[in-house]
Design a protein around this ligand. Sequence first.
Ligand SMILES: Nc1ncnc2c1ncn2[C@@H]1O[C@H](COP(=O)(O)OP(=O)(O)OP(=O)(O)O)[C@@H](O)[C@H]1O
Ligand SMILES: [Mg+2]
Length: 373
Amino acid sequence: MASVKLTNVKKVYDKNVVAVHDFNLEIKDKEFVVFVGPSGCGKSTTLRMIAGLEEISEGTVEIDGEVVNDLQPKDRGIAMVFQNYALYPHMSVYDNIAFSLRLKKVPEDVIYDKVTKAAETLGITEYLMRKPRALSGGQRQRVAIGRAMVRDSKVFLMDEPLSNLDAKLRNQMRAEIILLRQKLDTTFIYVTHDQTEAMTLADRIVIMKDGFIMQVGSPDEVFDMPDNLFVAEFIGAPKMNIVKTGLVCENGKYYVTPFGAKIAVDGDKGEMLAERGVKGGEVLLGVRPEHIDLAKAGEDAIPCTLVVDEMMGSELHLHVDTEDGTRMIVRVPTIDISKEERKALVAGAKLYITFGGKAMHLFDPETEKNLLA
Ligand SMILES: Nc1ncnc2c1ncn2[C@@H]1O[C@H](COP(=O)(O)OP(=O)(O)OP(=O)(O)O)[C@@H](O)[C@H]1O
Ligand SMILES: [Mg+2]
């Protein structure tokens, strides 16, 4: 059990590479926090500073209210699981999991209890006598997690633990991490560059870019109300469509005017714009692919041409070009399309798309901040 607090944490590597700028975050006891962001944004560096594997250039890291900047990793009460498992190849699974306990001179009968309990939790009891090379990637990953589990740590740190696994196994292990979290009842800090992993695992997501925090929020918050364009495009797959367009205000009602169409901004959002005194002008309009519908010609419909259709099973991903050549992606549930309609969806087909005012996100083209956040 532990809270973790980072205050004005900064990391400067030699040659003045600033990997993390002014990182501020309070993680509550038993919270599952995920750091997510593109390669090189400073996720691992931040995690390694919490673990004590990387010196903190400025600021403080506290665990349970105690500043740990100068504590050795082993004295911080943390356990860490890495991407590459780092198992000892010549030792059995049992000995791998027992390793840190033996270093601490824990009695063998206590070690036996802990190792067998962890193995049971992880479903690897039958492999305890095998060497790591005789295990699959997912099984090895579980051994690595088991090794961290037996240490009775206050905080569990995981750096891309699933990225070496194939897609199917990754899904399965993701579910197992959710279960593990329920069983361990401890604080988790988890690093990934995969937004799906972040969305499915996290209580709160920290989205990072170039060493800066772009937003902290629950999966719902960052999805429904991204603070800025970066978060809007990073969270959600396929990514949000972004179009530069006009925003007009007529008789107190707001409309966006993408590609000559005129689409009313939903009441609540319109009210917010009015409250903030937004006059209209150029905006970046964001609409998620799943919020766009195929439509009939009309004032609120945008004519376009189908370029590619991807059949994903339960849904179609339609890549369409508007008349000025802007590429947009539309997600349509297959179940909503009749056989006749499906036949007509071939490259070159002329379509109309539309979306409701509720589904819109509006960003300032200069600052890229959400006008409604
Ligand atoms: N030892 C080092 N010396 C100098 N620069 C480093 C060092 N380690 C990392 N960096 C730089 O710090 C920045 C952040 O690196 P970090 O490993 O934290 O990124 P990351 O978000 O974990 O990326 P990835 O998703 O690729 O693992 C990068 O620009 C990286 O090149
Ligand atoms: Mg990393």
